[in-house]
Design a protein around this ligand. Structure first.
Ligand code: PHE
Length: 348
């Protein structure tokens, strides 16, 4: 009997390649496991065996059955693959031209951010990041911005009402979580953790309740800069920003400071640039950032001694820089994911 089983497996193995249709497979199966199939016949012999041999033989039969099932299902797979190919055509058509490879490019905002950071890194600034979800304390109070300041209005800043905790951020009971309206909060977070001197740059996403149009977006990006040390003065600020814009827009770029107001700097300025390399914008004064000397009240919130140290801070919009660099006239292009737009900015 043992030999019969062995022969039967051999027969199935050598016969399988000749089976190529579902009907043939059904016949093939029947030869072994049908009512008159060879395995069925052999198994019937079990009854005549002495009782102590029955379990051993039963086990053998099962093993053979499993081998056969394996063979049947691999035939089935082969048949299905052939049928699929007949329906769909060959899986690979070697006569087709190869698909053109399409490497991605960095988003123009990413490129602009990296360009800005790269310039400041070379003169000793390090990059620090802060959370997009902030508290009123870091965005306003510690930045000397009183509760009555218009920037704190619900019309301008996204408040997250309700009492909850998020990723371990602490907040006082009398304040709210907000989506940061500027990266200036990172000034506070950094100074609270580090002793002066501090020389950092902080890029990141910000949010304001702006109505979207060609120059406004509720979601935008800034790069913040902060330098605090002994005897830092306005000349240092101007020299660093002059260097920055000349690296970015070309060596003939000029700057001018206009008096302005920010609660956390005193004095405060808007800085304009004028350059000959800016296409349609060439020769025009263009506002590119806000800046000023860190207000002594800000130092008092982070435990710095305003008698000992002084500093400057600046903040710029990445969208604005990218728009000037590339002559883009509508901020919405940055967020529409239109490949015809994005593919014009091959990575540098
Ligand atoms: N945070 C200011 C803004 O969003 C920019 C700024 C940063 C001004 C640092 C002065 C100093 O408009």
């Amino acid at each position: 009997m043992e030999e019969e089983l062995h022969a039967l497996v051999k027969q199935a193995e050598s016969g399988q390649n000749a089976v190529s249709t579902r009907a043939e497979l059904a016949d093939f199966k029947a030869t072994f496991v049908g009512p008159n199939g060879s395995l069925t016949t052999v198994s019937k012999g079990i009854g005549k065996l002495p009782n102590d041999q029955k379990p051993v033989f039963g086990k053998k039969i099962n093993e053979v059955k499993q081998r056969l099932e394996g063979i049947f299902s691999s035939i089935q797979d082969k048949i299905e693959a052939v049928e699929f190919e007949a329906r769909m055509g060959p899986a690979v058509d070697p006569s087709l031209p190869v698909a053109e490879s399409q490497p991605g490019t960095e988003h123009p905002l990413t490129q602009a951010r990296e360009q800005i950071i790269g310039i400041f890194r070379q003169i000793g600034f390090t990059v620090v990041e802060g959370p997009e979800l902030e508290t009123e304390f870091f965005c306003f109070d510690a930045l000397n911005t009183p509760a009555s300041h218009p920037a704190r209005d619900m019309q301008d800043t996204y408040y997250l009402p309700g009492d909850f905790r998020l990723h371990g951020e602490q907040k006082r009971d009398d304040e709210s979580f907000i989506l940061r309206p500027h990266t200036s909060a990172v000034q506070i977070r950094t100074m609270a953790k580090r002793k002066p001197p501090v020389r950092i740059l902080s890029p990141g996403r910000c949010f304001r309740r702006d109505t979207v149009d060609a120059t406004h977006s509720a979601n935008f990006h800034q790069v913040e800069g902060l330098y605090v040390d002994r005897e830092v003065n306005i000349r240092d600020l101007k020299a660093v920003l002059d260097h920055f814009v000349q690296e970015l827009f070309g060596s003939d770029t000029r700057t001018r400071f206009r008096p302005s107001f920010f609660p956390f700097t005193e004095p405060s300025f808007e800085m304009d640039v004028q350059s000959t390399n800016l296409g349609k914008l060439s020769g025009r004064w263009i506002e590119i950032l806000g800046c000023g000397m860190v207000d002594p009240n800000v130092f008092s919130h982070v435990g710095y001694d305003a008698e000992e140290v002084s500093g400057y801070a600046f903040g710029m919009g990445v969208e604005r820089i990218a728009m000037i660099l590339h002559g883009i006239d509508d901020i919405r292009h940055f967020y529409q994911n239109d490949l015809r737009f994005l593919q014009q900015f091959k990575s540098v």
